[in-house]
Design a protein around this ligand. Structure first.
Ligand code: KG4
Ligand code: ZN
Length: 331
């Protein structure tokens, strides 16, 4: 049960840079960490002595930010003599479905789509997942953020594009959908971003004096969002057809997108699964999902040493499914 979920958003700090500046982010973490911990305890009406364990994100991410959280969590664990549980932030997104719906039948197909990651996982059992596919270049959120910048819309791009495209024509611009080969569960969004750039600034032609505006901007935003949502939904369908799964859950900031949710719920294959589209505050980065996976790991005895380190990369989430390659027979 989630007793409190306090999030301090740094969006206003990073907006003018159109992206997260690591140094600014870690300084802000240092300033905010203690007030946030205090508020989370107050909202939950819990004293530190009543805590069972302290869960903390230790990977993946910007090391400066991770170190601030780790230092605070270690201090709490040491002072109140409680176990420390290191959590992988991407795995926490994978487990958000279980937090929103603890009875979600497993195995579940999970889409994690955020600013830094876009991947499909099979959640086999609590604490155990297998990565089925991942992006080969940009994450979906990154493609939305960069697409928005290109259209002159504000950071973060996902919500700006969603708002701008509300009254736009999703079919006005024909943008490609990168599906890779016929069975691949990997993603690639960088070509789609370039296609948007070339739509706005055709190659070989002088750079337009003005950015798109009015109905044209609405149509561009709606068409670009539709292309990205289309790829995410088609890959989910492909994964559901290839793997034996009973449920589908989504996590990460892009999972807040209304059109994505609509299209998942409308898809003839996907809607046959037990769908868990978590509340929006559990989709974007939040502490409750870290505590959620932390409590699963704690119950499994998977606590961490007090010298737990910050790691920039994600854990692979089990073995990566590779399609068998055809062997070349030499003659
Ligand atoms: O999970 P998250 O909060 O942080 C990361 O771990 O990256 O995801 C942030 C990403 C950003 O790229 C943002 O543009 C995207 O989520 N996002 C959205 C929406 N809200 C946030 N994308 C599409 N539609 C939204 N409504
Ligand atoms: Zn995230």
């Amino acid at each position: 049960m989630v007793l409190s979920n306090v999030v301090h958003s740094q969006i206003s700090l990073h907006q003018r840079f159109r992206g997260v500046v690591p140094e600014v982010a870690s300084r802000s973490h240092t300033e905010r960490i203690l007030p946030i911990v205090r508020q989370a305890l107050d909202d939950a009406k819990v004293t530190p002595e009543e805590l069972t364990a302290i869960a903390v994100t230790h990977r993946p991410g910007m090391v400066g930010c991770l170190l601030v959280g780790l230092a605070a969590a270690k201090a709490l664990a040491f002072r109140f003599n409680r176990p420390l549980v290191g959590v992988d932030h991407v795995q926490a997104h994978v487990h958000t479905g279980l937090l929103a719906d603890p009875d979600m039948p497993l195995p579940a197909l999970c889409l994690v789509a955020s600013g830094g990651h876009t991947a499909l996982y099979k959640l086999i059992a609590p604490g155990k997942s297998e990565r089925l596919g991942t992006t080969r270049d940009d994450a979906a959120g990154e493609a939305l953020d960069k697409g928005a910048a290109l259209l002159g819309l504000s950071y973060p791009g996902g919500p700006s594009i969603e708002n701008e495209g509300k009254d736009g024509d999703r079919k006005a611009f024909k943008l490609p959908r990168t599906m890779l080969d016929k069975t691949s569960l990997d993603f690639s969004f960088s070509g789609m971003k370039t296609a948007l750039l070339y739509t706005v600034q055709p190659p070989g032609q002088p750079k337009p004096d003005e950015l798109p505006s009015g109905q044209e901007l609405k149509n561009l935003a709606a068409s670009y969002q539709e292309a990205i949502v289309d790829v995410l939904v088609k890959k989910l369908r492909r994964a559901a057809e290839q793997h034996d799964v009973q449920s589908l859950c989504i996590g990460g900031g892009v999972a807040k997108n209304t059109r994505l949710r609509e299209q998942i719920a409308a898809d003839p294959v996907l809607k046959q699964l037990h769908l868990v589209l978590p509340p929006l505050d559990l989709c974007a980065d939040n502490g409750a999902m870290i505590a959620g996976l932390g409590s699963i790991l704690f119950r499994q005895g998977k606590t961490s040493p007090i010298d737990l380190d910050a790691v920039a990369t994600a854990q692979s989430g089990g073995k990566i499914k590779m399609r068998p390659r055809k062997r070349r027979v030499s003659k």
